[in-house]
Design a protein around this ligand. Structure first.
Ligand SMILES: [Zn+2]
Length: 313
């Protein structure tokens, strides 16, 4: 498995954005894992890059590290992408570092959600029209163009779930996150509670119902079936870099970013963010798979309302 690259952009904090696809698409993911997860990476990264480059929002070239998770806490299929995004980016002329207008807000979640949905469904339609999507087994009905189009229309009518949080305080927190949480597949050993000849018991949290903790016991074959849903195609890269962190110009753009940041002093609020993050040890959990993440700041409802980096829909 590939090693994560430390995306040091000193002097700035990081945002954590999670893109999720509706469960109705799981049958296509199972039949076409490589195409489906490639599309998930591309649609989420392009969404972030495109909206960030819009002067209405940030007007900057940003960097993105995408990490694919395919599981939920119950080990069933819940494909989602975690994106780590430095809070700011290069100006279009590469002459200055652009910081977010508000220290705890990078891009509007509602806009991210809609653009991501549009890009993902457009990509899926292209694959279907190009006869590249395998529609066998549980996805067999979707071989029919009419049924496929109906599914796309249904999915266009609902908001897709995107979460965003200023989850990391700085490069060291990012390194810790990438090192500790990205190389695990589906379940960590400490959640396994009992192994009997025919059954496996593990701890899980039900995030659909307020994160209620519980134990789940599955017959061994069902446990293995669920676990193997998350084995990716051979050689599939599940940590990818985009924008100014893309492999082909990461070295030069990072050097430029550091140089520009040095001449772009942090705002008072950002300094406050860093000091809070370095002191905080509280954890936040991925709303989809439950992965622990560092919370660097908590807000009252009054503080949240002008920022809206949560989508409550
Ligand atoms: Zn996750």
């Amino acid at each position: 498995m590939q090693k994560p690259t430390l995306p040091q952009v000193p002097g700035t904090s990081y945002f954590h954005v999670v893109f999720t696809v509706p469960h109705e698409l799981n049958v296509l993911a199972l039949e076409n894992p490589r195409l489906f997860y490639d599309l998930l990476f591309t649609a989420s990264a392009q969404t972030l890059l495109e909206i960030a480059s819009d002067p209405k929002h940030l007007g900057a070239e940003i960097g993105v590290i995408g990490i694919l998770h395919t599981w939920g806490q119950n080990l069933l299929l819940h494909p989602h992408i975690h994106c780590v995004v430095p809070a700011g980016g290069l100006s279009p002329d590469h002459r200055r570092w652009i910081r977010p207008r508000y220290p705890f807000f990078l891009l509007p979640v509602r806009v991210l959600s809609r653009v991501f949905r549009g890009k993902f469904l457009a990509g899926l339609k292209r694959l279907h029209h190009g006869k590249k999507l395998q529609c066998a087994g549980p996805a067999a009905a979707l071989a029919d163009s009419r049924q496929f189009t109906q599914l796309i229309r249904r999915l266009q009518r609902h908001d897709w779930v995107v979460y965003a949080k200023p989850a990391f305080g700085g490069p060291m927190q990012v390194l810790r996150y990438l090192g500790r949480y990205t190389h695990r597949v589906a379940i960590s050993n400490h959640r396994l509670l009992a192994l009997e000849p025919e059954r496996v018991t593990f701890r899980w949290k039900d995030y659909a119902h307020g994160g209620k903790q519980g134990q789940m016991t599955l017959v061994a074959t069902e446990f293995l079936r669920r676990f193997f849903l998350h084995v990716l195609p051979k050689g599939f890269v599940r940590i990818r870099h985009f924008g100014f962190l893309a492999n082909r110009f990461r070295v030069s753009r990072l050097a430029l970013g550091r140089q520009l940041l040095a001449s772009s002093p942090s705002t008072e609020q950002e300094v406050r963010t860093h000091s809070v993050s370095s002191e905080s040890s509280s954890l936040w959990h991925c709303p989809r798979c439950g992965t622990s993440m560092i919370v660097i700041q908590r807000f009252t409802a009054a503080e949240l309302s002008p920022c809206m980096y949560f989508d409550s829909s």
